[in-house]
Design a protein around this ligand. Structure first.
Ligand code: SF4
Length: 409
């Protein structure tokens, strides 16, 4: 059975796997779901819940890989980017967060000034990065004016650098503080030079869980509304879900279903990134972490359920590079990114990747290691370089690390 499934996974886009499942899967619901996937039909919320509760990894991998290869063949995307995290001090106290320092302990954290941040941007002047990803804690001094000035200054310095910045958590706070509507706020953000929005801050939308793990910050509905407005301005964004803590199957399905509905309405999401709860040094450490099997099932079900999302991305600093490589056979077609050791969000939560940085050569090797074709993309999935057949002469002198200043101003 396992060998047959592996064979199918490698040739799956050419085959009718329902025939196999008719022989091997004595379960009419799973057969029915497999038929829907084979025929390109949407699965229901109940089907999704059934997959979480009853489907095994071989079955899920076959379906997810079928969809992945139908959409993207062997292509695996990655980008060259770096993160800019203005502060890890935060007004909020999300129970899953290992990264933030409460204001009363702010001396333990960092708070970059405008100048610090522009200095970081300038350190990348001669590096072939295409994107800066800006996200961090929430503090009063980082208000609407601060951020719009920052974005304008980055654009003035390096116009072609794509700014992917802030989540609805920050936007909700800075717009309330500035007494502007979401619409007015997002128009100001667009005008200041932000090119797209990352997917963070989504956590779990359902209030039963959200109120326990992320009380006080924007609600699930508010998160969705800010993305809706951004999409209707003609802009693109990403989406995430934080899984593996106190949520149950119904909360995962509710979350995925709300994303799928908004995507039907706007078409503005580019990629979905499942984010694993990591348990080090936070208020939910006692929960431990879900297994690699559970991670893999979650990625595969996301690929099967979100039929209107183009991409499923693995964020390797969070899940580890070996796991990210494995997930390329379970629905994932995109890896983020070279990163350059510029995020502390997951290393502080106990991720295997304590200094997350991969050179382009390392990332290409990782993708080729599972017989996929590496393609460097920009943030909007335009092809920058097709690495098929590219032979690296030498590892470049630039190894991916740039020292970051830490400021406690
Ligand atoms: S998850 Fe974000 S909003 Fe919540 S405490 Fe951490 S930095 Fe603050």
């Amino acid at each position: 059975m396992t060998e047959l499934l592996l064979l199918l996974q490698s040739n799956v886009k050419h085959m009718d796997f329902t025939k196999l499942f008719e022989k091997t899967t004595p379960n009419s619901t799973l057969l029915d779901i497999a038929r829907k996937v084979q025929n390109g039909e949407r699965i229901s919320d109940d089907d999704g819940a059934y997959l979480f509760d009853r489907a095994d990894l071989g079955y899920l991998g076959t379906l997810a890989n079928y969809i992945r290869e139908k959409r993207h063949g062997n292509t695996t995307y990655f980008n060259r980017n770096f993160h800019l995290e203005p502060t890890n001090v935060c007004l909020y106290t999300c129970t899953f967060c290992s990264y933030s320092r409460l204001i009363k302990k702010r001396s333990e954290g960092w708070e970059y000034s405008m100048e610090d941040m522009l200095d970081i941007i300038k350190q990348y002047d001669d590096k072939p990065v295409t994107e800066v990803h800006i996200v961090g804690g929430v503090l009063p001094q980082y208000d609407l004016k601060f951020y719009t000035d920052l974005f304008k200054a980055i654009k003035a310095h390096r116009p072609e650098l794509h700014i992917k910045a802030l989540t609805p958590v920050e936007y909700h706070y800075i717009f309330k503080k500035a007494k502007v509507s979401y619409q007015e706020g997002m128009e100001a953000i667009q005008a200041s030079g932000v090119d797209s929005m990352p997917g963070g801050g989504a956590e779990i939308f359902h209030p039963e869980i959200r109120d326990q793990i992320a009380g006080g910050k924007c609600s699930g509905e508010e998160w969705l509304e800010i993305h809706r407005i951004w999409h209707k301005l003609g802009q693109r964004s990403n989406a995430t879900m934080l899984y593996g803590h106190i949520e149950k199957t119904e909360h995962r399905i509710d979350h995925l279903s709300k994303l799928r509905d908004l995507q039907d309405e706007t078409g503005g999401f580019q990629t979905f990134i499942p984010l694993k709860f990591r348990s080090q040094d936070n208020q939910m450490s006692h929960l431990g972490e879900v297994s690699a099997i559970e991670d893999t099932k979650l990625y595969a079900i996301s690929r099967i359920f979100l039929d209107n999302f183009d991409h499923i991305k693995a964020y390797w600093p969070m899940i580890g590079r070996n796991m990210a490589q494995t997930l390329l056979s379970y629905g994932v077609d995109d890896l983020d990114g070279t990163i350059d050791d510029t995020t502390k969000i997951y290393s502080m939560a106990g991720s295997e990747e304590q200094n997350p940085a991969l050179s382009t050569q390392e990332l290409v090797k990782l993708i080729r290691g599972v017989n996929r074709t590496p393609i460097e993309r920009d943030t909007l999935y335009n092809v920058v370089t097709d690495f098929e057949g590219v032979v690296f002469e030498d590892e470049t002198a630039y190894n991916g690390y740039v020292p970051l200043p830490v400021s406690n101003n």
